[in-house]
Design a protein around this ligand. Sequence first.
Ligand code: GLP
Length: 254
Amino acid sequence: MSAPSPPILWCRRGSEFARAAADQVAALLARSPQAVIALPTGQTPLGLYAELVTRAAARRLSAAQARFFNLDDYLGLTADHPLSYARFLREHFLMPACVPEEHIRLLRGDAVGIESECREYEAAIAAAGGLDLVILGLGTNGHIGFNEPGSDWSAQTHVVRLSTETRATHAVQTRGKFAIPEYGITVGISTIAAAREILLLVAGDAKARALAAFRSGIPDPKWPVTSLLTHRNLTVLAETELQSATGEGVKAPH
Ligand code: GLP
């Protein structure tokens, strides 16, 4: 018996995709201006962030009352390091969208006591009332945040050893300019699963295999993204260009 295919909203690569993603976030902010949102890093959300910043500048939405966390970062980097996800988010979204500093809590990859940083981060999310929305990108190997294949689905924020595939992908993206750290820090899958709403963004040809694994509808620890299949309020936005991609070696979607 085959598992049901999860519903996917297909949008053409580029501005249509970015607008559709921004519409989801804007709808939440309209309903709940003080929403608590966890943000991803990467190429995928860049269009979304640009669209949100444009709408904020035109006063079509405001992110000023919302509170923001991030999903992951490299371990050991200061917040101003060029590779730091904290820096990326400040540059591409938080600063241009005029989010006040007191509404921002980002993972401190360079914290001295990293275990207590993980605990404090979870406590900060809980103190904010839990996450209303988690926005996720997708790793080529199916990771979400930095929850790599084989991750414990019951984990909260924790330190992870990055996979060879993840480090290699990032080395290419940064054109070998920086050494990619061996470890990352990430909110765990149970933290993500506890969010009231999840928006998964799937963009880029390299995501074909991970998307195929997700579309198979079968939860599989080898593909962390499949942990989302049972979430009660999940929206998946994927590029139309990936619609026919099945991904080699993964059970084809039906
Ligand atoms: C990194 C991040 C993820 C992100 C993924 C996809 O590995 N840890 O949080 O979702 O990359 O990145 P991109 O959108 O650039 O493909």
